[in-house]
Design a protein around this ligand. Structure first.
Ligand SMILES: [Zn+2]
Ligand SMILES: [Zn+2]
Length: 103
């Protein structure tokens, strides 16, 4: 019996605005964190170097426009979905926004 796809990155529901899409990856706002996130189009935690570089380039381009160059950190820790590569660009205030500290 084939397992149904339950990976939300593979399902790629367009719940939030998408900033970029190509054959390798897409960049959208993370629904949970409200920061840009790049997602690989393959379900695997370990992209080859060229794909990794491609994805981080697109993530940084989006994040540079959003936060300004150097105003954010690329976070490659995959807490929620450890078996599918994705990375966040987090500005210093994302945690406050996330938990309602900013009014
Ligand atoms: Zn996946
Ligand atoms: Zn997130």
């Amino acid at each position: 019996m084939v397992q149904p796809v339950t990976c939300e990155l593979c399902e790629a529901a367009r719940m939030t605005p998408w900033h970029h899409e190509d054959d390798i990856c897409w960049v959208a706002d993370c629904e949970v964190c409200d920061v840009p996130m790049v997602v690989w189009k393959q379900h695997s935690p370990t992209p080859p170097d060229d794909a990794l570089e491609h994805m981080l380039t697109h993530l940084q381009r989006v994040a540079d426009e959003r936060f300004g160059s150097g105003e954010y950190k690329v976070d490659r820790v995959m807490r929620q979905i450890p078996d599918h590569f994705h990375a966040h660009a987090r500005d210093p205030n994302w945690w406050m926004r996330r938990f309602g500290g900013v009014r």
